[in-house]
Design a protein around this ligand. Structure first.
Ligand SMILES: *[C@@H]1O[C@H](CO)[C@@H](O)[C@H](O)[C@H]1NC(C)=O
Ligand SMILES: *[C@@H]1O[C@H](CO)[C@@H](O)[C@H](O)[C@H]1NC(C)=O
Ligand SMILES: *[C@@H]1O[C@H](CO)[C@@H](O)[C@H](O)[C@H]1NC(C)=O
Ligand SMILES: *[C@@H]1O[C@H](CO)[C@@H](O)[C@H](O)[C@H]1NC(C)=O
Length: 203
């Protein structure tokens, strides 16, 4: 019980810390991480089937101690400008607490200096869009302190497309919609039959 409370309290404090100090500007972050991802420029990948191999690490040309404050690292899937047009909910804002560029977390882990890689199967909640991968390093108070990304600063190179719903998924969706409609109709049907029964009994 006590440990639950403790966990809840630390979570609360952590969230508080995130919101209180969550006002880092992206433009102030140094690009010290080197990030690469397996998709080729322009490649189309399918949700739930295709995977991305992401490799990340510290750019060794930065001086010793650069990464001393790095505590955690998050790899994120981010919208390319072409998939942000006319979509306020994906907008890029320099203030990272308001930025909506990178909405999907590929991995969140403790930072270590060595170069890592992982394979991530694109999760099914990722919508069809053009993406790149970005890594953020966080310090012990949960603030972004550095980044790295697979594209250039203009976010125009090395972009890949994710295709959300394949035929198989679509048919599953249609089946579930049909099933829901059927369930609703049966419920209405039972209700009507029951009511008619009650009315008949009353008369
Ligand atoms: C960033 O946005 C947050 C939340 O609205 C705000 O509290 C903070 O002052 C902003 N920071 C900067 C540097 O604009
Ligand atoms: C590492 O950083 C240096 C200096 O900022 C930069 O010139 C170089 O392109 C970076 N290397 C990679 C692989 O990004
Ligand atoms: C990925 O990491 C594994 C160890 O976790 C290593 O053996 C392998 O060579 C790495 N692959 C690449 C492409 O960096
Ligand atoms: C983490 O980074 C933020 C923003 O740069 C800074 O204000 C804060 O003091 C740092 N926290 C620690 C523990 O260094």
């Amino acid at each position: 019980m006590e440990s639950y409370l403790l966990a809840a309290a630390s979570l609360f404090i952590l969230c508080l810390a995130q919101t209180c100090y969550g006002d880092v500007l992206f433009s102030t972050l140094p690009q010290t991480l080197v990030v690469s991802a397996s998709p080729m420029d322009g490649q189309v990948l399918k949700v739930g089937e295709d995977s991305i191999r992401v490799t990340w690490g510290l750019n060794q040309s930065f001086p010793e101690g650069t990464d001393a404050p790095y505590n955690e690292v998050k790899l994120k899937l981010c919208y390319a400008p072409i998939s942000q047009e006319d979509r306020g909910w994906r907008k890029t804002v320099d203030n990272l607490s308001k930025d909506r560029t990178c909405q999907f977390t590929i991995s969140h882990r403790t930072y270590t200096r060595i170069t890592h890689n992982l394979t991530w199967i694109i999760e099914s909640d990722v919508p069809t869009a053009v993406y790149f991968v970005r890594a953020y390093a966080y310090n012990s108070s949960g603030n972004e302190v550095a980044y790295g990304q697979t594209t250039d600063t203009k976010k125009s190179t090395n972009l890949f497309k994710v295709q959300a719903i394949s035929g198989r998924h679509l048919s599953v969706d249609i089946a579930s919609i049909c099933f829901s409609a059927f369930a609703l109709l049966s419920a209405v049907g039972f209700f009507l039959v029951e009511r008619r029964g009650k009315n008949a009994a009353k008369n």
